[in-house]
Design a protein around this ligand. Structure first.
Ligand code: NAD
Length: 253
């Protein structure tokens, strides 16, 4: 890469929440950013935040669990921004329920978005990383990877993200590519707001209850997670690979 060439990042699920904060943060680090989410028009706010600050970004509509859409999306990123060498697999959904009430569809949806999505995106982007002799992959895991009542689908997917990350690190290391996982605890986003609603609590009370169980006595913000992702995607992080970093305001393992 010449000193003037800008690295291109793809952030999935970047219309809002942790993905949006990450896209904005990576743009601030000097990356051109593909803001990818299910609905292209929903990516507009994130793209505007980046371009208003002088950055380069493009909105891409794609379902990460759909093979053809992923291939087309990555081809579009290459055409419109350049070959992507940074990938943040952040897109996610919840379909919580206790085991005896969980449908096979809800199992499939969650496994497909998180695991199949991360696999398809990594497979589509790796050739650009290999060609460049440089790559940074960050996968969103979760504290739920350690087990969480009502989340048999999600905890399996998020534990799976850790295995996927370690194998990416092993297979792609010799091409200058690192892969790491960031595993957030409670982060205040639409996702946790929806959980509060599902359990019949106001979001404020839900956050207060969560904060009381967290050593630093507060819930996390999307920026807290974006900070960790910025570290792993940085030029200087080339000797850190296959790791899982919990961003949870206290120790988890
Ligand atoms: P969010 O629901 O606010 O945002 C998720 C985004 O992913 C949405 O914009 C959604 O449209 C997009 N998305 C969903 N399915 C998609 C698909 N098939 N293709 C493309 N985009 C899709 O969630 P968030 O809280 O910002 O979470 C982001 C990531 O962090 C998720 O992987 C989530 O599991 C993980 N995480 C969140 C928390 C938390 O407390 N919020 C904790 C641990 C892990």
């Amino acid at each position: 890469m010449s000193t003037t060439e800008q690295r291109v990042a793809v952030v999935t699920g970047a219309a809002r929440g942790i993905g949006a904060a990450t896209a904005v943060r990576l743009a601030r680090e000097g990356r051109a950013v593909a803001v990818l989410d299910l609905d292209e028009s929903a990516c507009k706010d994130t793209v505007e935040q980046i371009t208003a600050a002088g950055g380069r970004a493009v909105a891409i509509g794609a379902d990460v669990s759909d093979e053809a859409q992923v291939e087309a999306a990555v081809a579009r990123v290459e055409r419109e921004l350049g070959a992507p060498t940074i990938l943040v697999n952040n897109a996610g959904v919840l379909r919580d329920n206790l085991l005896f009430k969980m449908s096979a569809n809800d199992w499939d949806t969650v496994l497909n978005v998180h695991l199949r999505g991360a696999f398809l995106m990594a497979r589509a982007v790796q050739k650009h990383m290999v060609d460049a002799g440089f790559g940074r992959i960050v996968n969103l895991s979760s504290s739920s990877a350690l087990g969480n009542r009502g989340q048999i689908n999600y905890s399996a997917a998020k534990a799976g993200m850790q295995g996927l990350t370690k194998t990416l690190a092993i297979e792609l290391g010799k091409f200058g590519v690192t892969a790491n996982a960031v595993a957030p605890g409670f982060i205040a986003t639409d996702m946790t707001a929806a959980t509060a609603e599902r359990v019949g609590m106001g979001f404020e009370d839900f956050q207060k209850a969560a904060a009381s169980q967290i050593p630093v006595q507060r819930v996390g913000t999307p920026a807290d997670v974006a900070n960790a992702i910025a570290f792993f995607t940085g030029e200087a992080a080339g000797f850190v690979s296959g790791q899982v970093m919990y961003v949870a305001g206290g120790p988890l393992n």
